[in-house]
Design a protein around this ligand. Structure first.
Ligand code: AMP
Length: 710
């Protein structure tokens, strides 16, 4: 999934004017800074280079297909640098050459050559959903190199062990290659078509056929071609070229070739802005319809300006789904959404299912199910293909639903287990993952699947991506109907306060969900942003909330007078850990969440008699200022979302930092009657939790970055 890692930055577009900038926004800004943003000087350099390419004769004959050597030359330059802008420049140059020279023959020729060149650059044969992969084992490649160079397999394997790169081994082996006749020079279209032929070869003789093609290709290689050919065949180009760079280079090349000689005469700031706005269009369109097969011909024919009207979300072609940013605590949700219109939905623990429906040219209804990575899952879920039409309202002819497919215990089985059951029940994700991925037969299916739809992206010929979620949701409810044990809408509630979100979260977890998804509901930030991990969707998972792993046992040493509904009780409390070395209680947090009204009454009754007239000398409270202090008698178990360094509290002071550590968004779990205050969690344990959390959050971020498409 590494290829999917980096493009997000380019899609960073949220311009949240809010003065209160939440941390998530900051992260997003950092990403944007790290992208291929092209400034005026870079634009000027690009323009100069374009003019050179457009007017100069390339190394291959005008109008003829692009030579494989030209592509390899670019690969080699890209591999030799780590500078992102240089890489972008090399790839743009290559695409400009292809367009400028192939279009002298025809636009179709330019389109075909550019398409194949792009696929070779991203090392793919087709869009993901077509599922065509090379699938060549290392053994076959070693054999092909051995046979085409007359070397022994064992020697090649030894060299591979030493070098770790079969491409380099192939290159080094070339000096052994018999050169009986000069083969025709390889071109990009011919190499690409032969790679496809290899991928399509099936059946008894397929290995021989593949071997034959690879040997023929190797025999025709010159210079460094064999190195990159073998790497392409292995599926690892290893030159540090991200797909996002390729897409930006396509946009730049199309814009610059259409400007032609004018490019170098245009003011460099203006040129930078033309390139940027054109690239944004290409990115937006590609997110909606991620198929170079459609994008490239449309771009060459109609230019960037004509793209939006012609290339749109199309049922049958999966778009990259919108993803959510992780949050560690409910407070972070409110930081982002407070005073905005937002909604909380159950976060179901199943598999993302993008369900497309349309009527094909023969008038037949087609239903396809795509995974989060745009693979066609219809073979894994033949039952969903059958079920989906049951939930369509009247007049629905084409649609794209965004949903979660969840393992489900149907009502009749639930009733056999519990006579009072009124509905089926969600089952854990593991039940679903037991299914085979391909060729599942309806009669073999043991675990039922229910769809929980949370979005509608397309309806009857119209993409809905630019509509706000509340409108999309209304349409979803108008045009799709719940079907028992088969289809329902994701359960949602519009919460306002931390307590309401907490209650809904607890309910979702009790029903077998992972937590909540919190989404912007109205306004321009509530549109569907394909392929983005957006701050307009936040995920709140139960295991993030108990992210520190353990709960803490803490002594109640102070109280804050309550306000409003809590006027007659304490509204919040000061908690402390206990340091047995210094025999002090060190303050760690103020807690006001997790208490029912009954709890608050009971705590008041217990603690009021323990009120002190002055603070104990062995209370090290730092800058915490409770209204009253208590005798150290009561221990509570508390859960926290997060630990953070604090200038106010003193727990574990000087162990990590000159500051103490405090709990963020602590929640009361229960009274620990079985513990005395001296058995409260120790500062060493708190410091340890803080360190463990730093490692865990780094790992989680890494995981989230990895599966981010861009
Ligand atoms: P994660 O895999 O932790 O990044 O969480 C995102 C995934 O949660 C999505 O890709 C969906 O498969 C899943 N999910 C479950 N319920 C919802 C929902 N209500 N809205 C969006 N995604 C959901």
């Amino acid at each position: 999934m590494a290829k999917q890692r980096t493009l997000d930055a380019l899609f960073g577009q949220s311009s949240e004017p809010d003065a209160k900038k939440p941390r998530l926004q900051k992260e997003e800004d950092d990403e944007v800074e790290a992208d291929e943003h092209i400034d005026a000087n870079a634009a000027e350099k690009t323009a100069e280079s374009v003019v050179k390419n457009v007017v100069s004769e390339p190394s291959w004959k005008s109008g003829s297909p692009i030579q494989y050597a030209t592509l390899v030359e670019t690969f080699s330059k890209v591999e030799a640098t780590t500078k992102r802008l240089d890489i972008l420049q090399y790839v743009t140059d290559l695409f400009v050459k292809v367009i400028a020279h192939c279009r002298k023959t025809s636009m179709e020729c330019a389109s075909e050559n550019l398409l194949y060149t792009v696929y070779m650059c991203i090392n793919r044969l087709c869009p993901d959903y077509e599922g065509l992969e090379l699938g060549i084992g290392e053994g076959l490649l070693v054999k092909a190199i051995a046979q085409s160079t007359g070397r022994e397999v064992i020697r090649i394997k030894k060299e591979l062990e030493k070098q770790g790169d079969l491409g380099l081994v192939a290159l080094a082996s070339r000096k052994h290659q018999p050169t009986m006749f000069q083969a025709q020079k390889l071109t990009v279209p011919s190499v690409f078509k032969q790679l496809k032929e290899i991928a399509r070869a099936t059946g008894a003789k397929s290995q021989d056929k593949k071997l034959g093609i690879i040997k023929r290709l190797l025999a025709a290689c010159v210079g460094e071609e064999s190195k990159y050919l073998i790497r392409s065949l292995e599926g690892k180009l290893r030159i540090g070229l991200a797909e996002k760079t390729v897409l930006v280079a396509v946009a730049h090349a199309v814009i610059l070739t259409s400007l032609g000689a004018k490019a170098s005469k245009t003011d460099k700031d203006e040129l930078a802005s033309i390139l940027e706005s054109g690239t944004n269009i290409v990115k937006a369109v590609f997110s909606e319809l991620p198929s170079y097969n459609v994008l490239i011909p449309a771009l060459l024919e109609h230019g960037v300006e004509g793209l939006r009207d012609r290339v749109k979300l199309t049922p049958g072609i999966p778009l990259k789904p919108m993803l959510a940013k992780p949050t560690k605590e409910i407070g972070e949700v409110l930081d982002r959404f407070e005073n905005r219109s937002f909604t909380c939905e159950y976060k179901y623990d199943g598999e993302r299912a993008q369900i497309h429906g349309y009527i094909d040219e023969q008038g037949q209804q087609v239903i396809c199910v795509f995974s989060r990575n745009s693979e066609d899952m219809s073979k894994k879920y033949p039952d969903l293909v059958v079920q989906t039409p049951h939930c369509l309202g009247q007049g629905v002819t084409s649609f794209v639903l965004d949903a979660e497919a969840v393992a489900w215990q149907p009502l009749h089985i639930a009733q056999a287990e519990r006579a009072d059951a009124t509905d089926g029940r969600l089952l854990p994700f593991q039940e679903l993952s037991r299914r085979k991925r391909k060729d599942v037969k309806a009669e073999d299916i043991k675990v039922s699947v229910k769809i929980f739809a949370f979005d509608l992206l397309y309806l009857n010929g119209e993409p809905l991506l630019n509509q706000p979620l509340d409108e999309r949701r209304t349409k979803l409810k108008q045009h799709f109907v719940p079907v028992a044990d088969e289809f329902d809408y994701a359960i949602h509630r519009d919460c306002q306060t931390t307590e309401e979100i907490q209650t809904f979260l607890d309910e979702s977890v009790a029903s077998g969900c992972e937590g909540l998804m919190v989404k912007m509901l109205e306004g321009p930030d509530a549109t569907y942003e394909p392929s983005r991990r957006s701050i307009n969707w936040l995920k709140l998972k139960k295991d993030y909330l108990s992210g520190t792993g353990d709960s803490l046992d803490l002594t109640v040493i102070g109280g804050y007078y309550g306000k409003g509904k809590r006027t007659n009780v304490y509204g919040a409390y000061l908690l402390a850990c206990y340091d047995e070395n210094s025999e002090t209680y060190q303050s760690i947090c103020k807690i006001g969440t997790g208490f029912s009204e009954a709890d608050l009454d009971a705590h008041y009754a217990t603690l009021k008699p323990l009120e002190l007239t002055q603070k104990k000398g062995y209370y090290d409270v730092g800058d915490a200022k409770p209204d009253v202090y208590f005798e150290p008698r009561v221990v509570w178990e508390v859960l926290t979302a997060d630990l953070s360094l604090s200038p106010v509290y003193t727990a574990a002071k000087s162990m990590i930092d000159a500051r103490g550590i405090s709990l963020r968004f602590p929640r009361f779990l229960r009274i620990r009657d079985d513990k005395v205050p001296e058995q409260s969690t120790a500062p060493e344990q708190i410091a340890q939790m803080y360190r463990a959390q730093a490692v865990a959050s780094k790992k989680q971020r890494g995981r989230d970055d990895e599966d981010d498409f861009w």
